[in-house]
Design a protein around this ligand. Structure first.
Ligand code: TRP
Ligand code: SF4
Length: 325
């Protein structure tokens, strides 16, 4: 039996290079050999953005377009919007009943987000239960593997614990443990060397034009010790150079040589990088444009995906109700 893979992404805005080179690359590889289910998790977005909820639906469609433009194939994988499959909420409710409050209050990701996100009030009932809904997402499809970033590991551990507790209370092995498929540490940092993130405004978006890419790359931080062109640089300490491993290939050694020998300057180095990034994004941009001109098709794909997802979800819910009630 092919393994079921489930993952979700919150529709909070435009996707950037970090999403592509991190998560999506992984998803695209997995869909070759697994039954993949990818969800636009709009309820999870609402937990954070309940005051600006109007953008969520639109962002969801945009995100699905970005996924497909990068190579997520609706012929192979199931793509759907979480709120189109109401069974997520049903399982969330059942899990809420049996999840001890202490498990949620102790969750390090939760504590960190409360500390770090100060622009929105996250002291809500739903936000505390964020990982309970995430567990419902995964277990509704009995997914065995979940591609996620490291920050999500505590959530996955809770998912396993919730599944085990369900099985224990209702004396039936309905859910099995799921494993994480970790995205390697982010290969691409933001323009300023911090983690690439929309909220830091240091991201190159998948939808950026060639001009925008050029401007953004020209603003990237370089080796701080290389001030003049005649100073030899240290490519291994330069964020621009780290991009070459993804966006250059054969030029990498040449760049290392010029830089350490102080032969060419950072401006030229960045111009080449900007060109390479633009080149790599070209097929994505073209596919994106084609999808944009056929929005209805994208909406249709998500609806079809929801039907398929729902068929699986209903089976699980029937089994769950059977043992609970
Ligand atoms: N919490 C995840 C994130 O912020 C998104 C998510 C929701 C998810 N449900 C999921 C990821 C289920 C994997 C599986 O990135
Ligand atoms: Fe970095 Fe390139 Fe400048 Fe060297 S030449 S410091 S690799 S930007």
């Amino acid at each position: 039996m092919t393994k079921v893979v489930f993952s979700g992404m919150r529709p909070t805005g435009k996707l950037h290079l970090g999403h592509w080179v991190g998560a999506l690359e992984n998803w695209i590889e997995l869909q070759k050999s697994h039954q993949c289910i990818f969800s636009v998790v709009d309820w999870h977005a609402l937990m954070g953005e309940y005051e600006q909820s109007k953008g969520i639906a639109q962002n969801g469609i945009e995100m699905a377009m970005d996924w497909m433009a990068c190579g997520i194939d609706p012929e192979k994988s199931i793509l759907f919007t979480q709120s189109d499959v109401p069974e997520h909420l049903e399982l969330h409710m059942i899990f809420s009943c049996l999840t001890p409050l202490g498990w949620l209050e102790r969750n390090p990701t939760y504590k960190e987000q409360l500390r770090e996100i100060t622009t929105r009030d996250l002291q809500t009932y739903a936000f505390l239960g964020y990982p309970v809904l995430q567990a419902a997402d995964i277990l509704l499809y009995k997914a065995q593997a979940v591609p996620i970033g490291e920050d999500q590991l505590p959530h996955l551990e809770l998912c396993r614990e919730i599944g085990r507790r369900f099985n224990f209370i209702y004396k039936k092995e309905v859910f099995k443990d799921c494993e994480a498929i970790l995205t390697k540490t982010p290969r691409l940092l933001g323009l300023d060397g911090r983690k690439m993130s929309k909220s830091y405004q240091n991201a190159i978006n998948l939808s950026d034009t060639e001009e925008e890419i050029k401007t953004k790359v020209s603003r990237m931080f370089t080796d701080p010790k290389r001030i003049k062109k005649s100073d030899p640089g240290h490519p291994d300490e330069c964020n621009v150079f780290s991009y070459y491993s993804t966006f250059a290939g054969s030029q990498t050694n040449d760049v290392r040589y010029w830089c350490t020998q102080a032969q060419k300057g950072c401006t030229e180095c960045k111009q080449i990088l900007a060109q390479n990034v633009s080149e790599a994004l070209k097929p994505v941009r073209e596919k994106r444009r084609a999808l944009e001109s056929d929005r209805h098709k994208v909406i249709e794909i998500l609806h079809e995906g929801a039907k398929k997802a729902r068929a699986i979800a209903q089976k699980t819910i029937a089994e769950v109700r059977e043992v609970v009630f």
